[in-house]
Design a protein around this ligand. Structure first.
Ligand SMILES: [Zn+2]
Length: 177
């Protein structure tokens, strides 16, 4: 399941559909638990976002409690992506995530670990900002140069960072400003 042909957005949508989640903000902690994961919040070094590992066959997701709650939500969604898409690669390793530097690079140009991170980020964006819901919200707002309000509104509605909103808008292809 770790190949480059994986479609992270489709995998995220499957999880949402399976749980009947169709409104924002997406209950990402509930989703993680429904995937069988235990969540552990603890203060970590600032450069660490989170981690995932298996203990006695059960996934444990660690989250940096020092980070902004919206960032914690992205971390949880990212680790859920690993759980759903890279389950076979998680045994016997602690997968640690630092900053997410490769954010949305093209999957085709990446290999190995980097590919896993890109896929997990795409999964996280699609899980927290599902295309249909997000499009609805975007089309109900009017965007204007120099006006941050619509971005802030989307970030608040979906409980994600402003940066995540901008990336999502771009990746969904409506960059209308
Ligand atoms: Zn990762």
């Amino acid at each position: 399941m770790s190949g480059s042909r994986l479609d992270p957005a489709a995998e995220a949508q499957k999880v949402l559909d399976g749980m009947g989640v169709d409104s924002a903000p997406i209950p990402v902690e509930r989703i993680a638990r429904s995937l069988g994961a235990q969540l552990r919040f603890s203060p970590l070094d600032d450069e660490l976002s989170g981690m995932i590992f298996m203990r006695d066959g059960a996934p444990i997701i660690g989250v940096n409690a020092v980070h902004h709650p919206n960032r914690q939500r992205f971390t949880i969604a990212h680790e859920c992506g690993h759980l759903v898409m890279h389950h076979d690669r998680l045994s016997n390793v602690v997968h640690v995530d630092k900053q997410f530097p490769v954010l949305m690079r093209d999957q085709r140009s990446a290999t190995g670990t980097e590919l896993m991170e890109i896929q997990a980020n795409k999964f996280a964006a699609a899980l927290l900002m599902p295309a249909r819901l997000f499009d609805q919200e975007v089309s109900s707002l009017s965007f204007d140069i120099d006006d941050d309000a619509p971005f802030e509104e989307l970030a608040k509605k979906f409980k994600v960072s402003r940066q995540a909103v901008e990336l999502r808008i771009r990746s969904l292809g409506h960059w209308m400003i």
